[in-house]
Design a protein. Structure first.
Ligand SMILES: [Zn+2]
Length: 328
């Protein structure tokens, strides 16, 4: 029997990626969009256009899964709140189903990244794992006793909005908090820290890049760090240490076997993860700190798209036959 195919869409705070995904998780007909300050209607239109573009290339697909950076009620598919997109109180699943005429599944983007990593990736076989996705902000997902933990209505696991610094910077986006994990650690935080160090070290490659380019993204700082610029490495190391400080709390609370780090910032690799591991080894409680492994996502920044596809494939599976590690 030919492999079934669905569409997986992963929406982050600044961009959307998607594609046609088969049961072996091979991806075809990829699609990319950026939000560029779109309002609610424009944002929903972009989701629809992205799916329609993929569907034109693969008219046989029967379902689409969406991972969105939002607090999604699991039972109803309603997006209750989002820090980065205008998706407050949007009946996302029903709206998309109506507009697309396809079966639709929706969940928080990082829950779905965790689903993919648990069934097929870095967390395969784990019973207790935490997924942290570092992109525009911080997404997170919890695997507790072998199941994805969703809380009372499905909006749990927002580790990005745990406060690390009472007097810290305002949390970016619409979060009312300040000094949140997300305010201190994210792809954007790497860029901000890079700009700070560039002012202190104007002769560095980092300093010259700011002078020439006017500002720095996390991606650009990471690239300069990989090229060996010491100031850029310091910026990534600092954010890695902050990441570790946040993970100390995660390790102490959840005693996970592993923490999977995904999202765009995972491109920094061990430049980011080694400082995080050092802080956890120094400051978390025994014996959890000896047990936990901190690893990059097997699927890199595509975990969310693949998890969205797995959720859509579950819709097509006869009841009770979703592959092992089912999340619901
Ligand atoms: Zn926050």
């Amino acid at each position: 029997m030919p492999s079934r195919r669905v569409i997986g869409i992963d929406a982050g705070g600044t961009k959307l990626i998607g594609g046609v995904v088969d049961e072996a998780l091979a991806v075809r007909h990829r699609v990319h969009r950026t939000w560029r300050g779109a309002d609610r209607q424009e944002t929903l239109d972009i989701f629809v256009e992205a799916v329609e573009e993929v569907r034109d290339a693969a008219p046989d697909v029967e379902a689409v899964g969406f991972g969105i950076p939002a607090l999604v009620e699991w039972e109803t598919g309603v997006s209750r709140w989002s820090n980065h997109l205008p998706l407050e109180d949007v009946p996302f699943r029903d709206l998309m189903s109506e507009r697309l005429g396809l079966r639709v599944a929706v969940d928080n983007d990082t829950n779905l990244a965790l689903l993919a990593e648990h069934r097929r990736g870095a967390a395969r076989g784990a019973m207790h794992a935490v997924m942290i996705s570092l992109g525009t902000g911080i997404g997170s997902g919890l695997l507790l006793d072998g199941r994805i933990y969703r809380g009372a209505v499905g909006v749990a696991a927002e580790l990005g909005h745990v406060v690390l610094d009472l007097h810290g910077p305002d949390c970016p986006g619409s979060c009312p908090g300040r000094g949140c994990f997300e305010a201190l650690v994210s792809g954007r935080a790497i860029g901000t820290e890079g700009e700070r160090l560039a002012r202190l070290q104007p002769e560095s490659a980092l300093g010259r890049a700011v002078a020439a380019e006017g500002g720095l993204s996390g991606w650009r700082v990471t690239e300069l760090a990989h090229d060996g610029d010491e100031a850029a490495r310091q910026a990534v190391t600092e954010v890695g240490r902050r990441l570790g400080a946040g993970l100390v709390g995660v390790v102490n609370v959840f005693n996970p076997e592993l923490i999977v780090i995904g999202g765009g910032a995972v491109g920094a690799g061990d430049l980011l993860l080694e400082p995080a591991r050092s802080v956890v080894a120094e400051r978390a409680l025994p014996p959890s700190r000896e047990l936990v492994r901190i690893v990059p996502a097997h699927f890199g920044d595509e975990s969310g798209m693949l998890g969205a596809a797995l959720l859509a494939l579950d819709l097509l599976a006869p009841a009770g036959t979703a592959s092992s590690g089912a999340s619901s």
